[in-house]
Design a protein around this ligand. Structure first.
Ligand SMILES: *[C@@H]1O[C@H](CO)[C@@H](O)[C@H](O)[C@H]1NC(C)=O
Ligand SMILES: *[C@@H]1O[C@H](CO)[C@@H](O)[C@H](O)[C@H]1NC(C)=O
Ligand SMILES: *[C@@H]1O[C@H](CO)[C@@H](O)[C@H](O)[C@H]1NC(C)=O
Length: 394
């Protein structure tokens, strides 16, 4: 089923760049075809895609979408105990390690150990800050305004970038993964997310790939927006080759922020590999169809072949609904009975429920890892723990 085609690659690492230049020179001199001419445009090259044979697994997608749905649960107690209505089916037996709710940015994520595929599983929720349609409207205007550190020419939007890198969420996820691998052994890591959560999941998978190695990390997102420019997409595909980006029919969000091929590095560009879910109607027979797209990230025969106008298609993947139980607000509920979690605390306006004991002295939570990307010192005010939130051992 996998249709191998060429992919758009920006000249990235110096060794491959040199090889790519030779290939480009050969292409341009020997065959001045429109394809080769197009390949040279905007400083991009078409090269054979290599993703180490990684391919789409539908069974896996059906399992992962259930995690992407469960992370929308606002009753944190039942989410932690994995007894919530969305915590059934193929995800039965999931062991929660930590739930993180960034109240200020209205983000929610969890880390736990999944039984199938046996792995550390990280899930990110999409936005709830405004109504979904307000958020979608905002997506049109997102600028590529932050250079991705350590990767020349790679640009992303600061809102997407900071939502992961500049919040307590990142620190907590790295800590939980470290703890999980110490406690459960060296399990592979799966990262999933829907919508804005897919954007966060992407940055998280990239972060973990750099830290633990590309072969340890697998990413699957559902209806995610574009997050960076062509250079970023090429860098991302090198670092996180085990990536599936699922899109659904006319879902509007994967079309945003818009892609303008003539803008070179100044446009958003998806990374591969897209899998487009769509229905084909022949006569009165409706067939569900899954197209495995090319390695370019912007396959014109996949979701780009249709107008992306549907919010309804955004909120449902594989027949599973992906939105909060209460729309339009950022709510969460914590019950006090039968606490399955060891610790609950608030740091930097973030609620953390965790199975393992947290260090409780002083809350100097910025580790050297955080300082890799952010130099700003955190203020005392941010680090203040609100005692009213404490329900655990601290
Ligand atoms: C797809 O994923 C499922 C669930 O983890 C697994 O049981 C199955 O072996 C996988 N299939 C392939 C072909 O890898
Ligand atoms: C990171 O967050 C802090 C406090 O929330 C803020 O002052 C700072 O400007 C942010 N940095 C970036 C790069 O957005
Ligand atoms: C599935 O969609 C592709 C186009 O994306 C089309 O070529 C193919 O014929 C479709 N398959 C079925 C069974 O409808």
């Amino acid at each position: 089923m996998l249709r191998e085609r060429s992919s758009r690659r920006r000249m990235a690492s110096s060794s491959t760049a040199a090889a790519a230049l030779v290939v480009a020179a050969l292409l341009l001199s020997s065959s001045p075809s429109p394809a080769a001419a197009a390949a040279g445009r905007g400083g991009e090259l078409r090269m054979k895609h290599s993703d180490g044979g990684y391919s789409y697994n539908r069974t896996l997608a059906h399992i992962f979408v259930q995690y992407a749905s469960a992370v929308y649960t606002s009753d944190l107690t039942s989410l932690f105990a994995w007894t919530c209505p969305r915590c059934q089916g193929d995800t039965k037996g999931f062991e929660m390690i930590e739930i993180i709710v960034d109240v200020e940015n209205c983000l929610q994520a969890f880390v736990g150990v999944a039984p199938d595929p046996q792995s550390i599983l990280i899930a990110f929720r999409g936005t709830q800050e405004h109504s979904v349609s307000n958020w979608i409207e905002d997506l049109f205007w997102k600028q590529l305004d932050v250079g991705y550190p350590g990767m020349p020419d790679a640009m992303v939007h600061h809102g997407f970038y900071t939502a992961y890198y500049n919040t307590t969420v990142r620190h907590e996820i790295l800590e939980s993964v470290r703890w999980a691998r110490k406690t459960y052994g060296r399990l592979p890591i799966n990262v999933v997310g829907h919508s804005m959560g897919g954007a966060l999941a992407s940055f998280c998978a990239l972060d973990l790939s750099v830290k633990y190695g590309s072969q340890e990390v697998q990413l699957m997102t559902f209806g995610q927006p574009r997050v960076g420019n062509p250079s970023f997409a090429a860098y991302f595909s090198d670092q996180v080759p085990r990536t599936i980006r699922v899109t659904h029919q006319n879902d509007i969000v994967p079309h945003l922020p818009p892609y303008f091929c003539y803008l070179g590095e100044w446009t958003y560009h998806h990374f591969s590999r897209e899998v487009w879910l769509h229905e084909t109607i022949v006569g009165n027979v409706v067939t569900r169809n899954e197209t495995i797209c090319d390695g370019s990230g912007e396959d014109p025969t996949c979701s780009r072949s249709v107008y992306g106008r549907s919010v309804a298609d955004h909120l449902e993947y594989y027949g599973v609904s992906l939105h909060a139980d209460s729309r339009g607000t950022c709510q969460f509920v914590i019950g006090s009975t039968n606490m399955a979690y060891g610790t609950i605390l608030e740091v930097d306006r973030t609620i953390i429920m965790t199975r393992y004991p947290q260090e409780c002295t002083g809350f100097s939570r910025s580790s050297p890892e955080d300082k890799e990307r952010f130099e700003e010192p955190r203020t005392d005010e941010n680090q203040k723990m609100q005692s009213s939130m404490v329900g655990g051992h601290c």
